[in-house]
Ligand binder design. Structure first.
Ligand SMILES: C[S@@+](CC[C@H](N)C(=O)[O-])C[C@H]1O[C@@H](n2cnc3c(N)ncnc32)[C@H](O)[C@@H]1O
Length: 256
């Protein structure tokens, strides 16, 4: 995928600056004309892939992302969370862990640069992922496995100072074994929280994907010590049948 073209980038910027994120559900809750698109079983197509394709074709967020120039439907999760918690403001610096293909990074760039406002404050965005991310104007991108060696220090060095917001949408591919998937996502969230403690400026925010049931007790207790407020939220763009929810911690108290 390529970086947003001028028109598409503008559209993404406008959508993010508008910040409603509700357009996706409001405008196209069903496929074109309100009719559900059905996919025929074809040779070589498994039932799972048929179901996946059918869901994609009927998903209003997928359609909205395509229309508004976002690289992923996940962009709307961040728009919706930000609409509620006001994490991304012009001039802030943000690190986005698990950024590929780049929806959250696009939203962050638009928000911290007050897209559309001439001469407004400029923020900074660093996106990090295991997989390569095609360039996004206004963002710095790094490809690395955040769970290996001193990846956290490498990213901290690239940031070159404290940041205001740490985002983590990191998720390992599902194994189909719920306990394994749970452990893996918790490990990713813990690593992101540890990193947030290392790089956040006082007053900063941390937003990360966890699983239904909320954040693990130990991690939650630590977050409550480190932040003035810790909440859980499931944005409307997060599929109801998905176990994912987000932990939102605001008001970082600083290193203690
Ligand atoms: C749900 S996707 C993120 C979608 C993204 N927020 C967007 O808006 O486009 C989860 C991402 O986490 C990344 N990821 C998983 N484990 C990781 C790790 N150890 N280090 C870096 N990225 C990781 C995956 O490569 C994947 O791209």
């Amino acid at each position: 995928m390529s970086a947003p073209k001028k028109g598409r980038g503008g559209s993404a910027g406008k959508a993010a600056a508008g910040g409603s994120g509700r357009g996706a559900t409001g405008r196209g809750a069903q496929a074109k004309g309100g009719l559900k698109v059905r996919v025929k079983t074809a040779k070589g197509r498994t039932l799972a892939s048929k179901n996946w394709l059918e869901r994609q074709l009927n998903d209003p967020y997928v359609a909205a992302a395509k229309r508004e120039g976002y690289r992923s439907r996940a962009a709307y999760k961040l728009l919706e969370l930000d609409e509620r918690f006001h994490l991304l403001k012009p001039g802030l610096s943000v690190v986005d862990l698990g950024a590929a293909p780049g929806g959250w990074t696009q939203v962050s760039v638009a928000k911290v640069n007050a897209m559309g406002i001439k001469g407004g404050p400029r923020g900074k965005v660093l996106g990090v992922d295991l997989t390569a991310i095609d360039p996004i104007a206004g963002a710095t991108l790094m490809q690395l496995d955040f769970m290996t060696g001193d990846a956290d220090k490498v990213v901290a060095e690239a940031l070159g100072g404290r940041v205001d917001v740490v985002l983590s949408d990191m998720a390992a591919p599902a194994t189909g074994h719920p306990q394994t998937d749970h452990l893996r996502i918790i490990a990713l969230c813990e690593a992101a929280a540890e990193f947030a403690r290392m790089v956040l400026a006082p007053g900063g925010s941390f937003l990360a994907k966890v699983l239904r049931g909320g954040t693990e007790r130990g991690l939650l207790d630590q977050l409550k010590k480190d932040f003035a407020q810790v909440r859980h939220a499931k944005p409307p763009a997060s599929r109801a049948d998905s176990a994912e929810i987000y932990v939102v911690a605001t008001g970082f108290r600083g290193q203690q």
